[in-house]
Design a protein around this ligand. Structure first.
Ligand SMILES: NC(=O)c1ccc[n+]([C@@H]2O[C@H](COP(=O)([O-])OP(=O)(O)OC[C@H]3O[C@@H](n4cnc5c(N)ncnc54)[C@H](O)[C@@H]3O)[C@@H](O)[C@H]2O)c1
Ligand SMILES: [Zn+2]
Length: 699
C-alpha cells in the first residue's frame, strides 16, 4: 500500500481494516496459540499500521494494536494485574538500528558511555513468577501487558521453575563469562521473577509425534507448543508437556537492592533459577555488537529456538529515565534474525517467452527487503500456479526468499483486498509476436509455436552464445537483442555469417570491438560436439545429456542418424529425451541451420568420444556419489566427469541410494542429510586416491 498518496479518509479506512485483522491474528496467536499466518506476515501488517499512524497521528487510537502488548487474557483463567507492566521489545533487523538505539540511549541519558548486556531472545512466552518469603505463590502470563492469566498450577509442573528459593545445594556457574553469583542464604520477602517458558526443539518434535499418534492436533512451532501447554485449563496436561525455563529479569522486589541487569542475572542464578549461559556484559558497545553478531551465527546449534538477541542497558536506574515508547521500553532493543518472508504488493504480472517458446508469468513486486536483499521480481512458474493461489494484480502477497533460490510468491492476503485487484489469465496471444499461444495436452505450460517469434529467437541466440554453450565472448543478452532487432540473425547459425560492416551497425560496437567479436565467433567453431549439442537448445538436452551423447558418438551426423531406440540404449538417456532429439532433427528449419553451421566450418567432432573397443574398465560401476562443498584439486564438473569415466554415477542430491558423499570445503546441507541417512562420507584426499586406486581406496 502506498501510504504516501493516501487521503485521510482512505487512511482511516485502511487503518480500521488493519486493526481488525491484527486483532483477529492476535487472538489466534495469543489466546488460541494457533496462528494462521507467519510472524513475517503479521509484522508486515503491524508495520503498515504503524506507518499509517505515523503519517496521520490523528488516526492513532488508544486501543490500536500498536499501543498494546499481546492480547487480553482468556476468560477461563483468573485474572492477574501486573503491578509493573510486562512490556514487549522494540525489534530491529539491522546492526545500524541497534547503533541508533544506543545513540538515543546516550542522548536521553546524557552520558558518554553506557554498559549493556546482550542476551539471547528465547522464542517462548513470558511468565511472571511471584515468590513470597521464598515460596512460589503466583505464576502469571503476560496477557495484554497489564492483565495476565493466573496459571499457577501449571507453572508448578515446570521442573526448571523452583517452588521454593533459594534452591538447596551448591551453586555452580557453567563458565567464567556468566554473571558472578553472590552468596544468597535467604529469600527476599517478595520477588517477582520474569523469564521465558519455552520448549526445546527435540521436546517439541517428540510432543508433536505423540500428538500425531493420539490423533490430536500438532503445534506449528515450539513457541506455540509452549504457550499452548502452559495455558491448559487442566494442569495434568501441562505436567505431561516438556517445558523449560530461563529467568531474565525481575518485576517487584522487596528486601534486596539490585542495581544492574548483570547483577539481576547473577542474583537469579544464585537463587537457583536457570539463566542463559550465553548472556554477556559489555562496557564497550562495539564489542557487544560484535558478540551479538557472532552469536547469531550459532542459531542452528542451540537446543532451543531463538528469534534474535536482546540488548539491554545494564544500569537499572536508567530504565526509568529512558521510559517507554508505546508498548516498548527504550532501555532494550531486540536485534532479530532476518526474516525469509515479507509482504509486498504484486504490481503486475508480465509474461516472458523462453527459448522453446514457453510462456512464463513473472511477478513485478513493489521492491521489498528480505534477509538483506531487495526483491522486486519473482517467478510465478505458470498459469496454474497463479490460479491455484488466486493471485490478483494489486494484491498484498507473501514473498519468500530462502538461501539463494529465486524468490517465490507464496500466497496473497485476501483480507487486505480493496476490491480494485484484478484477476489474471495467461494472454491468448504471445506478448512478443502476437501469434496465438497453445497449451499442449497434459502440460502446465503455454507455448508460442511461431518459429519466427523474435522473443524466442533472442532467447535461442542468448543460449547459443552462453558460457556453457559456444561461449562467444562479447556476445550477451543485449547483443542478442540488438542483432535480432536489426534483422541480422534469423537463427543462431547466422552468427557465423556476420560481417564486420553488419556488426558496426550495432550500437556500442567500434572498429576494435567488432574485430574482437569476429575473433570470438571464429574461436567458438571448435568447441566440440558436446557444447554444440547443448547450444542447439534441444528440449531435455542439457549439458549432462550433451556430454553423454558426445561420449557415444563421433560426430553430430551420427546422432542425427541415430534412431530413437538406439539413443535410449545410452545410460542416462530416457525415452522422452531420445524422442525429443529425434523430433528436433526432423524439422526442416533445424536441418537447414545444421547445414549452415557445417558450411561455416563449425566443428561437429566429439572431443569426448570413447570408441567401444577402447572403452575403459569401469571399476566404480554400481556406485553413486554426491559431491558437496568446494574441491581444491578440480572443479565439480571435472570431478563428475572423472567419476563417470570410471563407471560411477554422480547424483545431485543425497538419498538412501547414495553410496558415498564426497565432502569438500564448506560443505552444504547435503552433509547433514547424509548423516541423517547414515550415508558414509569421504574427504578430498580419499576421493583423489579413489580416482587412482579404485575401490580399494574406499573406507
Ligand atoms: N503469527 C501471528 O499471527 C502473530 C500474532 C501476534 C504476534 N506474533 C508475533 O509475536 C511477536 C510479538 O510478540 P511480543 O510482543 O511478545 O514481542 P517479542 O516476542 O518480539 O518480544 C518480547 C518478548 O521477548 C521475550 N524474551 C525472550 N528472551 C528475552 C530476554 N532475554 N529478555 C527480555 N525478553 C525476552 C519475552 O517473552 C518478551 O515478552 C512478533 O514476532 C509477532 O510476529 C505473531
Ligand atoms: Zn511469440
Amino acid at each position: 500500500m502506498d501510504i504516501e498518496h493516501l487521503s485521510l479518509e482512505e487512511a482511516r479506512e485502511r487503518a480500521e481494516k488493519l486493526r481488525k485483522l491484527i486483532e483477529y491474528h492476535n487472538y489466534r496467536y495469543y489466546v488460541l496459540d494457533a496462528p494462521e499466518i507467519s510472524d513475517a506476515e503479521y509484522d508486515a501488517l503491524m508495520n503498515e499500521l504503524r506507518a499509517i499512524e505515523e503519517k496521520f497521528p490523528e488516526l492513532r487510537t488508544p486501543d490500536s494494536p500498536t499501543q498494546r502488548v499481546g492480547a487480553p487474557p482468556r476468560d477461563e483463567f483468573p485474572k492477574v494485574t501486573h503491578a509493573i507492566p510486562m512490556l514487549s521489545l522494540a525489534s530491529v533487523f539491522h546492526e545500524e538500528d541497534v547503533r541508533k538505539w544506543y545513540e538515543r540511549v546516550l542522548r536521553l541519558s546524557g552520558r558518554e558511555q553506557v554498559d549493556v548486556t546482550v542476551e539471547p531472545k528465547i522464542d517462548g512466552l513470558a511468565i511472571s513468577l511471584t515468590y513470597e518469603n521464598g515460596v512460589l505463590t503466583l505464576g502469571a502470563t503476560r496477557g495484554d501487558g497489564t492483565t495476565g492469566e493466573d496459571v499457577t498450577p501449571n507453572v508448578r509442573t515446570v521442573k526448571q521453575i523452583p517452588l521454593r528459593i533459594p534452591v538447596e545445594g551448591e551453586r555452580r556457574r557453567l563458565h567464567d563469562d556468566m554473571p558472578p553469583f553472590p552468596e544468597v542464604h535467604e529469600a527476599p520477602p517478595l520477588i517477582e521473577v520474569r523469564g521465558e517458558v519455552y520448549m526445546r526443539k527435540d521436546d517439541f518434535e517428540e510432543l508433536n509425534r505423540r500428538q500425531q499418534e493420539k490423533g490430536e492436533p500438532t503445534f506449528a512451532n515450539p513457541r506455540n507448543a509452549a504457550a499452548g501447554s502452559l495455558r491448559q485449563l487442566d494442569s495434568r496436561v501441562t505436567a505431561q508437556r516438556p517445558l523449560s525455563f530461563f529467568a531474565y529479569g525481575v518485576g517487584r522486589v522487596e528486601g534486596v537492592t539490585l542495581r544492574t541487569q548483570w547483577d539481576v542475572l547473577g542474583y537469579l542464578g544464585a537463587l537457583g533459577f536457570p539463566i542463559n549461559p550465553d548472556a554477556r556484559h559489555f562496557d564497550d558497545f562495539e564489542a557487544a555488537l560484535a558478540y551479538a553478531k557472532a552469536w547469531m551465527q550459532r542459531r542452528e546449534e542451540l537446543d532451543y529456538e531463538v528469534d534474535g538477541v536482546v540488548f539491554k542497558v545494564n544500569d537499572l536506574a536508567l530504565w526509568e529515565t529512558l521510559g517507554v515508547a508505546g508498548r516498548e521500553p527504550r532501555y532494550a532493543v531486540a536485534l532479530k534474525f532476518p526474516p525469509s518472508e515479507a509482504v509486498t504488493i504484486l504490481k503486475d504480472i508480465v509474461v516472458t517467452v523462453g527459448r522453446t517458446g514457453r510462456l512464463v508469468p513473472n511477478a513485478v513486486l513493489e521492491p521489498v527487503e528480505i534477509g538483506g536483499v531487495t526483491v522486486s521480481h519473482a517467478t510465478l512458474h505458470n498459469e496454474d500456479y497463479v490460479l491455484e493461489r488466486d493471485l490478483r494484480i494489486g494484491d498484498h502477497v507473501v514473498v519468500r526468499r530462502a538461501g539463494d533460490v529465486i524468490p517465490q510468491v507464496v500466497r496473497p492476503i485476501p483480507e487486505l483486498r480493496t476490491g480494485k485487484e484484478k484477476p489474471w489469465r495467461m494472454p491468448k496471444t504471445c506478448p512478443a509476436c502476437g501469434e496465438p499461444v497453445t497449451r499442449p495436452e497434459g502440460e502446465v505450460d503455454y507455448y508460442c509455436t511461431n518459429v519466427a517469434c523474435p522473443a524466442q529467437l533472442v532467447r535461442r541466440v542468448e543460449h547459443f552464445v552462453s558460457r556453457g554453450a559456444m561461449d562467444i565472448e562479447g556476445f550477451g543478452s543485449k547483443q542478442a537483442q540488438k542483432f535480432v532487432e536489426l534483422g541480422l540473425l534469423h537463427d543462431p547459425a547466422d552468427i557465423y555469417y556476420l560481417t564486420k560492416e553488419q556488426i558496426l551497425q550495432v550500437e556500442g560496437f567500434a572498429e576494435k570491438s567488432a574485430d574482437n567479436l569476429l575473433r570470438a565467433i571464429e574461436a567458438s567453431k571448435t568447441r566440440g560436439l558436446a557444447r554444440l549439442l547443448f547450444a542447439l537448445g534441444i528440449r531435455y538436452v542439457g549439458s549432462t545429456v550433451a556430454h553423454l551423447l558426445a561420449r557415444h558418438y563421433r560426430t553430430l551426423d551420427d546422432i542425427m542418424q541415430a534412431p530413437q531406440a538406439e539413443l535410449e540404449q545410452i545410460e542416462g538417456i530416457g525415452p522422452r529425451t531420445a524422442a525429443s532429439i529425434v523430433e528436433w532433427f526432423s524439422h526442416e528449419p533445424n536441418r537447414n541451420m545444421i547445414e549452415k553451421l557445417r558450411r561455416a566450418g563449425v566443428s561437429f567432432q566429439s572431443l569426448e568420444y570413447v570408441a567401444p573397443e577402447e572403452a575403459q574398465p569401469r571399476p566404480l560401476e554400481g556406485l553413486t556419489f554426491v559431491i558437496t562443498g568446494t574441491l581444491h584439486s578440480m572443479t565439480r564438473e571435472e570431478a563428475k566427469a572423472r567419476l563417470e569415466a570410471l563407471g560411477a554415477k554422480v547424483a545431485s542430491s543425497v538419498s538412501r541410494k547414495t553410496s558415498y558423499l564426497i565432502v569438500g570445503e564448506e560443505p552444504g546441507s547435503k552433509l547433514q542429510k547424509a548423516q541423517q541417512l547414515g550415508v558414509p562420507t569421504i574427504d578430498e584426499a580419499t576421493f583423489l586416491r579413489l580416482l587412482e586406486e579404485g575401490r580399494d581406496a574406499l573406507p
